[in-house]
Design a protein around this ligand. Structure first.
Ligand SMILES: CC(C)(COP(=O)(O)OP(=O)(O)OC[C@H]1O[C@@H](n2cnc3c(N)ncnc32)[C@H](O)[C@@H]1OP(=O)(O)O)[C@@H](O)C(=O)NCCC(=O)NCCS
Length: 241
């Protein structure tokens, strides 16, 4: 792992040696998204295969329904996290939806007024690199800092990868008719968790800006030299997500 910012973050999370770092998966920067990311979100979700849409949304959504879902995301109430690749395509998306506890299936699991439900998806080509786990961990930290003590996930119990991530995080899992409800009890925040989340967001923002500038530079270079120019750019100018 060559990125010094990533190394600093790893060290803040725990004591890791250089050798540990070399054996680990590449560092994943998780960034909070804004309504300006809707176009990126839509592209990510529409690229999911039918079976993955089923796992992610619990039913086989058509393209129209996926479009309506993306248009309907309430960024003021919920928090959406994303992981971008070098070309500013979303490799992974985690949607943390907050709801009054009475409106959920787990109203008895918390004394807090609000619970959070998490849904996550990672592009097929980016799986197994730790993206899903990092999105989940970031969502859990966000809940902690938002005074939410219960993180809830609903998925098919046949979803072995998600079950693995849930168990690894220490979630309590209840299975019922092929479906699973998983809960994670979250500890109260402290100044270190608040600082860590703020730092992670700053680093992810920096990473995004570097990628956006590099992409703009490549595009400019292609226009000036005519090398690598495409009829239609697949990224378009990136929104400041
Ligand atoms: C579930 C999903 C988000 C995981 O994303 P990911 O980035 O591949 O996950 P990670 O790389 O962080 O972790 C995968 C873990 O599962 C493990 N795993 C992979 N295949 C497995 C299997 N068949 N059985 C058990 N564990 C498995 C990996 O070894 C890894 O564990 P480790 O970190 O302990 O080594 C992704 O597969 C996805 O988008 N699936 C479709 C949508 C979905 O299922 N969403 C969840 C419902 S809300």
């Amino acid at each position: 792992m060559s990125n010094p910012l990533a190394r600093l973050l790893k060290r803040l999370r725990g004591s890791k040696t250089e050798q540990d770092e070399r054996q680990e998966k590449p560092h994943v920067f998780v960034k909070e998204l804004s309504p300006r990311s809707r176009r990126h979100l839509l592209r990510h979700f529409l690229a999911l295969e039918e079976k993955d849409r089923l796992l992610r949304f619990g039913s086989k959504l058509s393209d129209d329904m996926v479009t309506r879902y993306v248009e309907g995301i309430n960024f003021e109430r919920d928090t959406v996290f994303g992981v971008y690749d070098r070309r500013l395509r979303l490799l992974g998306v985690g949607h943390l939806a907050f709801a009054p506890k009475e409106a959920t299936r787990i109203s008895g699991a918390t004394i807090k007024p609000v619970v959070a439900e998490f849904g996550v998806s990672v592009s097929a080509a980016a799986r197994g690199l730790g993206v899903g786990t990092r999105l989940f961990m970031r969502a859990a930290m966000h809940c902690r800092n938002a005074d939410v003590d219960t993180l809830y996930m609903h998925c098919l119990s046949s979803n072995k990868v998600m079950m693995h991530i849930a168990k690894k995080a220490g979630m309590e899992i209840h299975r019922d008719y092929g479906e699973a409800d998983a809960y994670l009890k979250i500890k109260p925040a402290n100044s270190a968790t608040v600082f860590q989340e703020a730092l992670e967001e700053q680093v992810a923002m920096l990473d995004y800006i570097v990628k956006a500038n590099f992409k703009a530079l490549l595009k400019w270079g292609a226009r000036v030299t005519g090398i690598g120019a495409r009829k239609k750019d697949d990224g378009a100018p990136p929104p400041a997500a």
